[in-house]
Design a protein around this ligand. Structure first.
Ligand code: ADP
Length: 395
């Protein structure tokens, strides 16, 4: 492919032509002009027709045609640096309008900017309107600065690519969330149908059924309830509860008291005890905190040995940047081998016959807490109890 076309293609890929000035590049031109003691310093980018100044000092235009460009000559040579010490006596440039007229160039030093694939696409250059002979040191620094410009241009292009990629992933993930929500939601209706038709059958034919028939019907109804709970939890899992637009002020203590009252309604005979210190007033997603504390309190009350008074202790610890909450219970505990496992969706350490559940509660908590940029950990002693610790940034 023609070198000029390749160069143009490269600059389009960099997405840098005709873009605004950027501080990181301006800093380099300023250093170059100071080090070389020249009134003019520039970062130029050259396509097939124009040269564009990404950064410039001592010159007003930001784009010129390549016809009279010193930098175009510089990138066509494969030297480390292109030097014209006195353009007024150099055959190639002495009639150049930039030499005979403004900005009256006399000395020129241009270091080509080269892509990883070896294509020179611009320069870091300095001009003077009197003879200026740079020392070896000055030239060395100018070459190093040009290397930095090349690196910055590569990084800038990578970071643009990553931004675009992240946007794509976010869009995809939102579509997936919406799709899952719809799909799971739509499963509810046929399940309700099965449940109510089986109940109608049960009502109509109960007298003629034997013991086995009744057992089968009871299994069907238990399965539909289990599936209903699973769908409910999957819906919770696929919902986004942490959008900033949902944030509101709420009293965490009141929220915890409410959850505890509702959760213990059916196990009042076990005399469950809640100890809860003073809790902060939060500005966050109330739905998210409801789901998290509901799951953790529920588990603490559920995973208990028989004939024990269930105890839940909730604390809030202060930290400069984060809210730290601990939710402890005096239940059956968890073996340390499973500390990571239990947060994975559908992981259960117990059968449904002893403790009912879907295995999604902790996965939901983890997902919501991570959406809030926090994290959740567990600590437990088998037979003594379990503590979940949540660390959630204040802002
Ligand atoms: P579920 O309670 O619906 O099974 P979870 O995701 O909430 O689902 O919990 C996953 C598993 O972790 C549970 O099945 C249980 O074995 C264990 N677990 C969770 N919380 C506790 C707890 N407080 N004490 C003991 N085991 C627990």
């Amino acid at each position: 492919m023609d070198l000029e076309i390749e160069r143009k293609k490269l600059l389009i890929e960099f997405d840098i032509l005709d873009t605004k000035t950027e501080e990181m590049f301006d800093n380099i031109t300023e250093i170059a002009s100071k080090i070389c003691e020249t009134p003019i310093a520039m970062i130029t980018l050259i396509d097939d027709k124009k040269q564009f100044f990404k950064s410039k000092i001592g010159i007003n235009t930001y784009r010129t045609s390549i016809e009279h460009s010193f930098c175009k000559v510089a990138i066509e040579k494969s030297d480390k640096i292109f030097i014209v010490e006195d353009a007024t006596i150099d055959e190639r440039f002495k009639k150049n309008p930039m030499v005979v007229g403004s900005p009256n160039i006399v000395s020129y030093y241009g270091v080509p900017l080269v892509s990883k694939s070896g294509i020179a696409y611009g320069t870091l250059c300095v001009f003077d309107n009197q003879i200026n002979t740079l020392s070896e040191n000055q030239i060395e620094i100018l070459i190093r600065l040009a290397k930095t410009v090349e690196n910055l241009i590569n990084l800038r292009s990578k970071s643009k690519f990553l931004d675009a990629y992240q946007l794509k992933i976010e869009r995809y993930s939102k579509n997936m969330e919406d799709f899952t929500y719809m799909a799971v939601h739509d499963l509810k209706a046929p399940l309700r149908g099965i449940d109510s038709f089986v109940k109608m059958l049960e009502k109509k034919h109960k007298e003629i059924w034997d013991e086995k028939d009744e057992k089968y019907i009871s299994f069907i109804l238990q399965s539909t309830t289990k599936m209903f709970n699973l769908i409910q939890d999957l819906l919770e899992y696929s919902k986004r509860t942490t959008d900033k637009s949902n944030f509101e002020e709420f009293d965490l203590k009141a929220l915890i008291d409410d959850i505890f009252d509702n959760t213990t309604f059916e196990i009042k005979h076990k005399n469950p005890i809640l100890t809860c210190q003073e809790m902060p007033i939060l500005f966050s997603s109330k739905i998210a905190f409801t789901v998290i504390f509901n799951n953790l309190i529920n588990n603490g009350l559920k995973y208990q040995p028989d004939n024990q008074i269930p105890k839940i202790d909730i604390k809030s610890i202060k930290d400069e940047m984060n809210w730290i909450f601990t939710i402890s219970d005096n239940g059956i505990g968890i073996e340390s081998d499973y500390f990571d496992e239990i947060f994975k969706p559908l992981t259960r350490l117990h059968g449904n016959s002893k403790y009912e559940g879907t295995g999604l509660g902790l996965a939901i908590c983890k997902k919501i807490i991570e959406d809030l940029n926090g994290h959740i950990t567990v600590d437990s002693v088998l037979g003594e109890g379990t503590t979940f610790t949540l660390k959630i940034p204040k802002n």
